[in-house]
Design a protein around this ligand. Structure first.
Ligand code: NAD
Ligand code: MG
Length: 382
């Protein structure tokens, strides 16, 4: 039986992971989240983990009182989240925390030798070198949960050590604003941006999908997961989200992975790899879909893809800087304090202040986070 430590349990991926665990009878050893006391209490009563944590101290104190009748150890703060990922008895730590708050818990779980099922892409974007170096040293596997990366991972199974790999092609739905002009984007509202055509996800990633910053994050994520140069990663807009991504070999043979847009399949495969089992995903009958369409991305109207591509090409702390600036700008947009088109401008302006260095420490990534959030707020005058 699989044993799982689950970080970010109250979110969209967290809840779908628990769906998979329910269907397949997996043991949940720990549950961690930010502050949703009601939901995590219900999850604790159903899955009876040994550890639970809420990053928010007040919420954690409330939770502790509410589950005093159970043997669960309730922890608090980011330290408590880390204990849930690293010290609980799961063989796999599935990290579905949103944002770079997930970086330290990922590093701690890798250090403890846990296999990592990674949904938290900001971890790899902000600290790619730290995570991959440590994973190599500890001989720990990092298995992708993100649907595009799971697709690439599946397309590469059986490949001769990636030697003949020429190109990775990430598919993008294009989000709610596909086909819009720069002028039209100036008038979009938060409610417009939250209407994703194909996926139901947390709010931060839904806004990242509207700006296409999400695809930029995924490009950087692919660089680290598949050791691929950024110039060999292409993006194609595919409105139907049926092809989850593709790989191209040196002989120009292209291999794709297809399925309905349902995150429970990549979540399950990250847990059961290399084995496959029945899943909640519906069978794909292509005649029901009929047509699959493809477009070149509009890089001018959606500059966030190139912001990320340039950041990873330059390397050092720049990917962390653009990620953290985006986290703050994304939040300000959700709070109604800036407009949609301010997001890329703020990321560019703030990331110009990032420290220039090739190698970095976790401390420097965390300092970059603080600096970028300050700069974004200062430049936006909020
Ligand atoms: P969400 O907002 O629905 O959930 C986020 C979870 O993280 C919540 O449980 C929240 O409590 C927790 N959290 C936030 N800050 C925390 C902290 N400091 N400590 C501990 N827990 C904290 O987000 P989501 O849509 O589930 O996305 C989670 C991650 O997975 C993101 O990195 C996202 O990019 C990635 N992802 C999501 C999807 C999707 O379909 N939702 C697909 C691919 C990748
Ligand atoms: Mg994705």
């Amino acid at each position: 039986m699989k044993r799982i430590n689950l970080l970010g349990s109250t979110g969209s991926i967290g809840e779908q992971t628990l769906d998979v665990a329910r269907a397949r009878g997996y043991r949940i050893e720990s549950l961690a989240a930010f502050s949703n006391v009601d939901l995590i209490e219900r999850q604790i009563r159903e899955f009876k983990p040994e550890y639970a944590a809420l990053a928010d101290e007040k919420a954690a104190a409330d939770l502790k009182a509410r589950v005093a009748d159970l043997p669960v150890k309730v922890l608090s703060g980011l330290e408590g989240v880390s204990v849930c990922g690293a010290e609980a008895k799961g063989d796999i730590t599935l990290n579905s925390v949103v944002g770079m708050a997930g970086l330290k818990p990922t590093l701690d779980a890798v250090n403890a030798g846990k296999t990592i099922a990674l949904a938290n892409k900001e971890t790899l974007v902000a600290g790619g070198k730290l995570v991959t170096d440590l994973a190599e040293k500890k001989k720990v596997k990092i298995l992708p949960v993100d649907s595009e990366h799971s697709a690439i991972f599946q397309c590469l199974l059986g490949a001769p050590e990636n030697k003949a790999l020429k190109r990775i092609i990430l598919t993008a739905s294009g989000g709610p604003f596909f086909g819009k002009t720069k002028e039209e984007l100036k008038k979009v509202t938060l409610a417009d941006a939250l209407k994703h055509p194909n996926w139901s996800m947390g709010q931060k990633i839904t806004i990242d999908s509207a700006t296409m910053f999400n695809k930029g994050l995924e490009l950087i994520e692919a660089v680290w997961l598949f050791d691929m140069a950024p110039e060999n990663i292409d993006i194609v807009v595919h409105r139907e989200s049926i092809i989850h991504s593709l790989v191209e070999y040196t002989d120009n043979s292209v291999i794709a992975q297809l399925g309905h847009p349902d995150m429970r399949l990549p979540i399950q495969f990250a847990i059961t790899y290399p084995e496959r089992f029945e899943s909640p995903e519906r069978q794909l009958d292509l005649w029901e879909i009929g047509t699959l369409t493809f477009y070149k991305p509009d890089y001018e109207t959606f500059p966030c893809m190139d912001i990320c591509r340039n950041a990873i090409a330059k390397g050092g702390l720049l990917p962390a800087a653009v990620n953290c600036a985006n986290e703050e700008a994304n939040l300000l947009f959700r709070q109604g304090k800036i407009s949609f088109c301010d997001i890329p401008e703020l990321i560019n302006a703030a990331s110009a202040y990032a420290k220039d260095c090739e190698n970095y420490t976790l401390q420097e990534v965390l300092e970059t986070d603080v600096l970028m959030r300050e700069k974004v707020r200062e430049i936006a005058s909020v």
